[in-house]
Design a protein around this ligand. Structure first.
Ligand code: NAI
Length: 408
């Protein structure tokens, strides 16, 4: 039997991913993020022509929205998503981008998107050709990829990123985000070339390759700024994050930042690492231990009125740090959007609750409900004003990709 062209879309959760996404729900999610930025008013002296690498979900999508709807920027977005087909939904990032482009067009903003492997030379060349043809140059490049693997463009080697401690087994509390059970998890340490592989995927080399290719093509505007995202977090997560395989990759991102800073200096340009807050995204839900920490963190920050989601973080990045001329770098030269997360008034209760939390008191000490709601929202579920009982068409075009396909 032919699959139905339209369908009722419900969440299908498999471990820490949801294999369906709701087109109208994702569109609502994008609209809500746009509204957050617009409510704060225009961003003075913000970027005008922005390339976002990893632009379809999480921090990259929020960056694109803040640049476009806060700063009035033309945006080019790069991502790796799957379109819908009869009987099968697209990935959330596809629907997010379709909605973003519709909203951008309605606001008179240039937006063009590229779906493919950002690690490849071919996609870099295609994107740079589009920048040259349409915008001439870019004045801001956001690097927000999170990927489990990378095919190296020079060697062809397929590298895999792993989330492991280094040196010894790490045992700590963990939350089963499907059931709400708080148990313990033990993660075996990295072995073989796990560290080198993780650095190859999530380290700074590909960021450098993008900036070098843009610079060689003359596609960087004077005074260009580029930002890559990192995370540090509290000591309870250090064995799996900061001191683990992913932390080594983030150290390499900082190495790349210093190298890029030197190379951009003749243009009056600047490379930044921005340390962002721990938030529910597709990437963070895959990290052991972190979802329990996020549940406790959300509870405390919501109670204190300092909770932010990706869009509030990225609005603050552009508005208060990059455009204001007051980036407030730390001793290592990093922008710290994790300042509110790391405040002692937040970390002290979170650390106490970490010791005390069990399956039974999770609802009281943590915000598991908020965690689950945020997770579902990533895939367009649980948004106000969406009729989830209605049949919907899973095939939604991304205007600039459709135009490119029919034009070529
Ligand atoms: P995400 O999973 O929501 O977004 C990843 C993006 O990368 C998506 O747009 C995806 O399409 C794109 N992508 C993945 N592989 C690709 C490929 N081969 N080619 C082109 N695009 C590809 O992840 P999230 O959480 O927004 O992470 C972005 C960055 O922010 C990462 O560097 C992460 O370490 C960092 N970060 C995340 C935090 C969190 O709590 N989620 C906290 C602080 C930093």
């Amino acid at each position: 039997m032919e699959p139905m062209p339209i369908m009722i879309v419900a969440p299908k959760i498999r471990g820490f991913i949801c294999t369906t996404a709701h087109p109208d729900g994702c569109a609502r999610h994008v609209a809500e993020q746009i509204a957050v930025v617009q409510k704060r008013g225009p961003i003075a002296h913000g970027p005008r022509k922005v390339l976002v690498i990893g632009a379809s979900t999480g921090y990259g999508l929020a960056s694109r929205i803040a640049a476009a709807f806060g700063s009035g920027a033309a945006t080019i977005g790069v991502f790796f998503e799957r379109p819908g087909e009869p009987g099968r939904t697209a990935t959330a990032g596809w629907y997010n981008t379709a909605a973003f482009e519709r909203e951008a067009a309605a606001a008179g903003l240039y937006a063009r998107s590229f779906n493919g492997d950002a690690f490849s030379d071919a996609l870099k060349a295609e994107v740079i050709a589009a920048i040259k043809a349409d915008l001439g140059q870019v004045d801001c490049i956001i690097y927000s990829l999170a990927s489990p693997r990378r095919t190296h463009p020079r060697t062809g080697e397929v590298c895999k990123s792993v989330l492991k401690p280094i040196g010894e087994t790490y045992t700590n509390k963990n939350l089963n985000t499907g059931t709400g059970v708080v148990n313990e998890v033990s993660i075996e340490p990295a072995e073989g070339d796990d560290v080198a592989q993780t650095v190859a995927v999530m380290g700074g080399e590909d960021w450098e390759m993008w900036i070098d290719a843009l610079q060689a093509a003359g596609a960087l505007a004077p005074g260009v700024q580029t930002v890559a995202y990192s995370y540090i977090g509290p000591s309870l997560t250090w064995p799996i994050y900061k001191n683990g395989t992913i932390g080594k990759a983030k150290e390499d991102v900082e190495r790349a930042q210093r190298a890029l800073d030197t190379r951009l200096a003749p243009l009056g340009g600047k490379a930044w690492v921005s340390v962002n807050k721990a938030l529910v995204t597709q990437a963070s839900s895959a990290i052991p231990v972190v979802p329990l920490y996020i549940s406790l963190l959300y509870k405390t920050m919501k109670a204190q009125g300092t909770h932010e989601d990706c869009i509030e973080q990225m609005d603050r990045l552009f508005r208060d740090r990059l455009a204001s001329g007051k980036p407030q770098p730390d001793e290592a030269g990093r922008i710290r959007l994790d300042d509110w997360e790391m405040a002692p008034a937040v970390q002290e209760p979170v650390a106490r609750n970490w010791q005390a939390v069990t399956t039974e008191n999770l609802a009281e000490l943590g915000d598991f409900e908020g965690y689950q709601a945020s997770f579902l929202r990533l895939f367009g579920f649980g948004l106000a004003g969406v009729d989830y009982a209605a049949e919907t068409d899973p095939e939604v075009p991304i205007p600039s990709i459709r135009a490119a396909a029919s034009g070529g």
